[in-house]
Design a protein around this ligand. Sequence first.
Ligand SMILES: NC(=O)C1=CN([C@@H]2O[C@H](COP(=O)(O)OP(=O)(O)OC[C@H]3O[C@@H](n4cnc5c(N)ncnc54)[C@H](O)[C@@H]3O)[C@@H](O)[C@H]2O)C=CC1
Ligand SMILES: O=C(O)CCC(=O)C(=O)O
Length: 513
Amino acid sequence: MPVAAQVVVNGASNGAAVDNEFLQGITNKGLRAVLAQVQERDPHQPEFLAAVKEVATALAVLSARCCPQPVFDRRPEPVFEKRPEMLPVFGMMCEPERAIVFRVPWLDDAGNLRVNRGYRVQFSSAIGPYKGGLRFRKDLTLSVIKFLGFEQMFKNALTTLPMGAGKGGSDFDPKDKSDAEIQRFCQSFMTELYRHIGAHTDVPAGDIGVGGREIGYLFGQYKRITALHTGALTGKGLDYGGSQIRPEATGFGTVIFALAVLKDEGKSLKGKRCIVTGSGNVAQYCVMKLLEEGATVLAMSDSLGYVYKPDGFTMADLEQVMAIKSRHSGKLRDFKAPGAQYVEGRKPWELNVPVDMAYPCATQHELNLEDATNLFKNGCKYVFEGANMPSTDRAIAFFHKNGVVFGNGKAANAGGVAVSGLEMSQNRIGLQWSREEVEAKLTDIMNTIYRTAKVIGFREDRLNFDCLQRCTMNTIYRTAKAASIEYNTTLDAGANIAAFLRVGEAVLAQGAV
Ligand SMILES: NC(=O)C1=CN([C@@H]2O[C@H](COP(=O)(O)OP(=O)(O)OC[C@H]3O[C@@H](n4cnc5c(N)ncnc54)[C@H](O)[C@@H]3O)[C@@H](O)[C@H]2O)C=CC1
Ligand SMILES: O=C(O)CCC(=O)C(=O)O
C-alpha cells in the first residue's frame, strides 16, 4: 500500500493545529498535525502523551542543530524531510495495534471475591512478536501501560533483536497481599491473558511488582491451560527455561552503557559518586555493578524515602537492601548501617553533596526540573535512566542545555529486554547458554546501542545520512568506528531516531500495516 506523504487527521489535512503545551517547540506542520491527532484521541493520558512528545521532540530537535536557520516559513525536520513517507508512519506508530482490557476476579484469604483490571497493550509487531513486561501496581492506568508500550517499541528496536513491543499489567497491589493471594491473582490473570500470548505472538515478562515469583505462577498457569512448555514468558527461573543473568540484566546493562560512554572519554567509573533511586530489581543490580566497577553509591530510595550513606554503600549494605526488599512489604527505613541516614518522604536528588552521576531506577517522572537543577549544581555530569521515562521533559531539556550526558531509558535500560530476547532465542533452540556467553552478548548489545545512538545523533555534519539510514545498526557501528569519528553526545536523540527508523522501515516494507 503506498503511503501518502500528506498527513490526514480525522479526514481533513490539519496543518494548523492549535498551539498548546503539548505542541510547543514542534514547528513542522505535518508533525504538529500528527501530534494534534494523538492528543485529540487521548487527551486524558498524560504519561502516554509525554512519551510521544519525547520522541517527537528528539526527531525535531535534530533539525534545530542541523539547520538552525528557518528555510522559507518553517524549519526543516531532516528525518521527515528526507523521508516524508515516514511522517504518517510515525502517526501510525502512536496508535497501538491492539489494547486488551479484562476483568481479573480472585479470592482473598478471607474468601472475599475481589476484582482487578488487567491490561495487555500490543503496540507493534513490526519487527517481531509483541514483547514487554507486566506491571502490578495499584495506581496503574491505561495511560501508563500505553506509554510503556510506546517506549518499548523503540527500545526493543535498539537491541537489534527481532522483538516487537507490548506492555501489560494490573491495578493489583501486591504489597499487602499474602503469597497465596498473589498466586491466585496470577492464575486468574493468566486465565484470560493466555489466549492473547505465545512464543511467536506475544511474550510478556516482569516489570514493577512482577518478579521471578510472579513469572513462575503466571508460567505455571499458562502451561496448565495450553499444555505447552514454550517460551511464552521470559524472566523464568533457571530450572524451567530461564536465562542466565536475566534478573541482573537491566541494572547491569545500564552501567555497561555508562561504561561505554566513559570509555570514549578515556574515563572509568572508579571513584565516581553516584545517586541511585529505587531499591527493586533494576536499582539493586545497577548498584551491584557500580560497586564492582569501583564507583561510590551515595543513596538508594523507595517510595517512602531514601537512605544516604556519606561513605558509600558496601556490598554488605546492598545485600541487606536485597534482603529487606525480598521480604513482604520490606521498607528501606529498616536499613541499618553505621553512618547511614534515612530521610522520610523525600527524594535523594535533593542531597547537597558532590555528585558525578545519577541513575534514576524507580519509576516514571521521578526526576523533575528542580531535581535536575540541584544535581547539576552539585556537579552531576551524567544521567543514565534505569527506569522508564524517569526524567520529565523539562529535566531533559535542562540536561541538554547544560551539556549533561543523558542516556535515556530506551537505550540505557534496554539490557533487560535484550536478555529476554536472548532467553527467547535459547528457548527456541532448546539450549541454555552459560553466564559468560549471555553477559558477553549483553555487553555487545549495550555497546552497539551506544554507538548507534551516538552516530545517529551526530551524523549530520560527519556522515552521509542516506547511506547510514540504509545500514543495519551493527553496520552503523562499524561505519562509525572506521571513520574514527570524534563524537559529541546527544545520545537520547540518536537513540530515538535510530529506533524510529528501524521500526518505520519495517512498517513500510510490510505495506504499512
Ligand atoms: N525489571 C526490568 O527488567 C525492567 C524495568 N524497567 C523499569 O525500571 C523501573 C523499576 O522497575 P523494577 O526495578 O523492575 O521494579 P521493582 O518492583 O523491582 O522495584 C521498584 C522499586 O522502585 C521503588 N519505587 C516505586 N515508586 C517509587 C518512587 N516514587 N520513588 C522511589 N522509589 C520508588 C519501589 O519501592 C521498589 O523498590 C521501572 O520504571 C521499570 O519500568 C526498565 C527496564 C526493564
Ligand atoms: O524483558 C522484557 O520483556 C521487558 C522488560 C521491560 O519491562 C522493559 O524493558 O521495560
